[in-house]
Design a protein around this ligand. Structure first.
Ligand code: PLP
Length: 372
């Protein structure tokens, strides 16, 4: 039996979410854009689901765009804002902590002539806000940050960042909340766009959301019919929308209970790691307890990944979508230590993780460290 400690990459769908999806998929197969009765029923499912989601996130229903996942949502926000505001300016500010679906979209824009600046990260994992302030200009059209990054689990002060960004009238704020949902309370005050995907909080893959507040203009990535939104053409997926609403509802309603379990397991690991001088903890103290990034002196992250895999333990080196055999950008950003960044790996925890699994993992890790 494998010990799964990679919940940041993906979570198993909750049985209640699966039940909602399979009932809905059997019943609401009609195209929600069709005007016959079954089409109208399928459209009702979307409307009801968006209503639930909007209440949970404290936004309006017409501010929600259903997508295929957080990568699409990030691309739609980043490219969509850049393209729509290209006459106002071609400067974008972001950070070294972003997921490849944000940093990749920025690299693409850079190749098209946009200028990109990245804010420094302080040793406590927070964005250097003074530096961020100094980067913002009259022609900055976008500031893209993650509320919680996927490698260290650092939590960013989004309200404060929103206040800083607001001082620049051409600049919009995009926040990647993919790793924040279910891990911290969500507050979208002052945010123009935000992306998430339910497969990170016990929902289904192939489904995502972009929250785009009223007055934020974006260019669509996918053109076609108006569908339920002009920002994303294609047949809307009623069962996916219903499953997303269910997963989000569970993440919000069961937040405290889930968080407490994860925090307790995180403390066991932190305490154990602090006793071994070959282990450095990279995740800052204030990081979400679900993500624990560490380095073992003398063992590369990729090697550790393979060795733990042999012991039946699934962890991850960096985020699942990043380039292999390169130092972790977030660990580099906070430690400026290439060796430490190359030997880092990520353990990610869930309320489904058990103390027995943590003990097994510790045994395997200690064994590997002793023999390598
Ligand atoms: N943003 C963050 C912070 C992530 O951790 C991930 C997935 O790892 C994504 C975006 C991309 O999500 P998806 O796989 O749904 O496209």
């Amino acid at each position: 039996m494998s010990i799964y400690l990679d919940y940041t990459a993906d979570t198993p769908p909750d049985e209640r979410v699966l039940a909602v999806y399979s009932n809905s998929a059997a019943k609401h197969f009609a195209n929600p854009n069709s005007s016959h009765s079954l089409g109208r029923d399928a459209k009702d499912v979307i409307d009801r689901s968006l209503k639930t989601i909007s209440k949970l996130l404290n936004v309006n229903t017409d501010e929600l765009i259903l997508t295929s996942g957080a990568s699409e949502s990030n691309n739609l926000a980043v490219k969509g804002i850049a393209w729509a505001n290209r006459r106002r300016g071609r400067h974008i500010v972001s950070t070294f902590l972003e997921h490849s679906s944000v940093s990749g979209a920025l690299t693409y824009l850079q190749e098209q002539g946009w200028e990109i600046d990245l804010a420094n990260i302080l040793p406590n994992g927070k964005i250097d806000l003074e530096y961020l302030k100094s980067l913002l200009r009259d022609d900055t059209v976008l500031c893209a940050v993650s509320a919680v990054d996927s490698e260290l689990g650092s939590v960013q002060p989004i309200r404060e960042i929103a206040r800083i960004v607001k001082e620049h009238q051409n600049c919009k704020l995009h926040v990647d909340i993919t790793q924040a949902v279910g891990k911290i309370p969500i507050d979208l005050t002052g945010v123009n766009t935000a992306s998430l995907a339910p497969h990170k909080f016990y929902g289904l893959k192939g489904s995502g959301l972009l929250i785009k507040t009223k007055g934020t203009v974006i260019e669509p990535l996918i053109h076609g019919g108006a569908s339920t939104t002009i920002y994303r053409s294609g047949t809307p997926d009623s069962p996916s929308a219903e499953a997303l609403a269910c997963a989000l509802e569970l993440a919000v309603n069961e937040f405290d209970e889930r968080y407490k379990r994860v925090k307790a397991l995180n403390l066991i690991l932190r305490e154990h790691f602090s006793k071994n001088e070959r282990i450095s903890i990279n995740s800052p103290e204030g990081a979400v307890p679900h993500i624990l990034n560490v380095s073992v002196n003398g063992i590369k992250g990729e090697q550790m990944h393979r060795l733990l895999d042999k012991h039946g333990v699934c962890i991850s080196v960096k985020s699942a979508c990043s380039v292999p055999n390169t130092p972790s950008r977030p660990v580099m950003a906070i430690t400026h230590d290439r060796k430490r960044a190359l030997s880092s790996f990520r353990i990610s925890l869930s309320h489904l993780s058990t103390e027995a699994e943590i003990e097994e993992f510790i045994k395997a890790l200690d064994d590997i460290i002793k023999n390598n």
